[in-house]
Design a protein around this ligand. Structure first.
Ligand SMILES: [Zn+2]
Length: 416
């Protein structure tokens, strides 16, 4: 079986009658996709198993005593998502292991992993975080999907345990992931391949302006404490602040706005905004987060409002590690490919695993920069080229002295 045949088979699983693919974590389609993956691995002569959380793992044994090289991504999708996000990375792992096995190559053990719930049906990266042992086990038992399905119920129904399932990471040498870019950079540059420099970190916060509700028709314009007026001023100033950071890769978004009481004839007394900033510089993220707080305070004071600011979530950037990244660079050069180097604004399983072991990522172009939609598309020849680069890099890493691998990118920073 070739990558194209495997891809054709996988994309028959979870086709949504309303368009695209729906394989939400631990749904019947998701379970079928993981079963298919392990069955294909067995057919190719590989050892196939699930870990206690339900992450699916294929393994090609190698020389004893050598730390394993892992290739991973995910098979779950968002609702009515695309066929490529995650899936091609898992198929790339299957293809690389099949080639190594068929070719009788020797070296360190190699694994292909399909992590569960990358798309966060039950929370961010629940599968790779379980394998990394990063979960608060008690919080995990309370995790729920938007439709009310509990993680505990869904995982148990699939035959697994809703708990951390940490592996022995001292027996892992490196982690590699091939993924679609999910942005327009590679296509616009006319480049077939990208090598990721770092995965962006993020800061999420909630900002609430509290004023006073009054009659919209009678309260004079200069005597109002209008919470929405403060929010509007803040939103514009926030955007200017983010845009002023030229040359970096900083992104800032206000994705949540809740207005109270949200009535046409009442001056809003409360507006709550949820915002996030992302970037690959930890220092810049922290600095901007602090300045956002100062900005919100100034605007609250100017508008006669009270401010409640909460930092909700903080996740440090994860730089890709020199060892596996150089192996990808060299493999691309050997194959005559000139890749672009770019940061990843989206997080990936590599952003979780890369905190523990040296990790690197390859990107292939996304047509029109589209993803998480049925229109998601990458030319199959570009995916095959990326698989060739991955294969070559894995061959080198399998033979490499473990000491030649760099330290992981973001060990000092764990998600809260
Ligand atoms: Zn993905």
């Amino acid at each position: 079986m070739t990558f194209r045949e495997d891809f054709a088979a996988l994309r028959r699983i979870g086709v949504d009658p309303e368009g695209g693919w729906s394989r939400p974590a631990f749904s019947p389609a998701d379970i079928e996709a993981h079963e298919w993956f392990l069955a294909r691995g067995r057919e190719a002569g590989l050892a196939a198993r699930y870990d206690a959380f339900g992450n699916a793992i294929l393994r090609l044994e190698g020389e004893t005593g050598r730390p394993a090289i892992l290739i991973g991504s995910h098979l779950d999708t968002v609702t009515r998502g695309g066929a490529y996000d995650g899936a091609i990375g898992v198929l790339a792992g299957l293809e690389v292991l099949s080639r190594l096995h068929a070719g009788g190559h020797r070296g360190a053990p190699v694994e292909a992993i399909a992590f569960r719930d990358e798309e966060g049906r039950f929370g961010p990266f629940t599968g790779s975080r379980a394998m990394a042992g990063l979960h608060d086990a008690e919080a995990l038992t309370r995790a729920k999907a938007a439709d009310g399905t509990t993680l505990a119920g869904a995982v148990a129904a699939a035959g697994f345990t809703p708990d951390n399932a940490p592996r022995d990471w001292s027996r892992v040498g490196a982690y590699l992931e091939l993924h679609i870019e999910q942005g327009p950079v590679l296509e616009q540059a006319g480049v077939d391949l990208g090598i990721v420099t770092a995965i962006a970190g993020q800061e999420r916060m909630s900002i609430r302006f509290v004023g006073q509700a009054d009659h919209a028709g009678t309260a004079p314009m200069d005597q109002r404490r209008d919470a929405f007026a403060g929010a509007a001023r803040f939103a514009e100033a926030f955007r200017r602040m983010i845009r002023a950071e030229k040359g970096g890769d900083l992104r800032g978004t206000i994705g949540v706005v809740k207005v109270k009481p949200n009535l046409g004839n009442v001056i809003p007394d409360e507006v709550t905004m949820g915002l996030e900033i992302r970037g690959t510089s930890a220092g810049l993220l922290q600095g901007v987060a602090t300045r956002i707080g100062v900005l919100a305070e100034e605007i609250a004071a100017a508008e006669g409002l009270q401010l409640r600011l909460r930092r909700l979530y903080s996740d440090a950037p994860v730089p890709m590690a020199d060892g596996p990244r150089t192996a990808l660079e060299d493999a691309a050069a050997d194959l005559g490919v000139a890749p672009a180097r770019l940061p990843s604004g989206a997080n990936h399983d590599a952003g979780i695993v890369g905190r523990i072991v040296p990790a690197a990522m390859l990107f292939v172009p996304s047509r029109g920069g589209r993803s998480h939609c049925p229109e998601e598309y990458t030319d199959e020849s570009q995916i095959e080229l990326a698989i060739d680069v991955l294969f070559k890099a894995v061959c080198v890493l399998r033979r490499a002295d473990g000491a030649g691998l760099a330290e992981p990118g973001g060990l000092q920073a764990r998600p809260r």
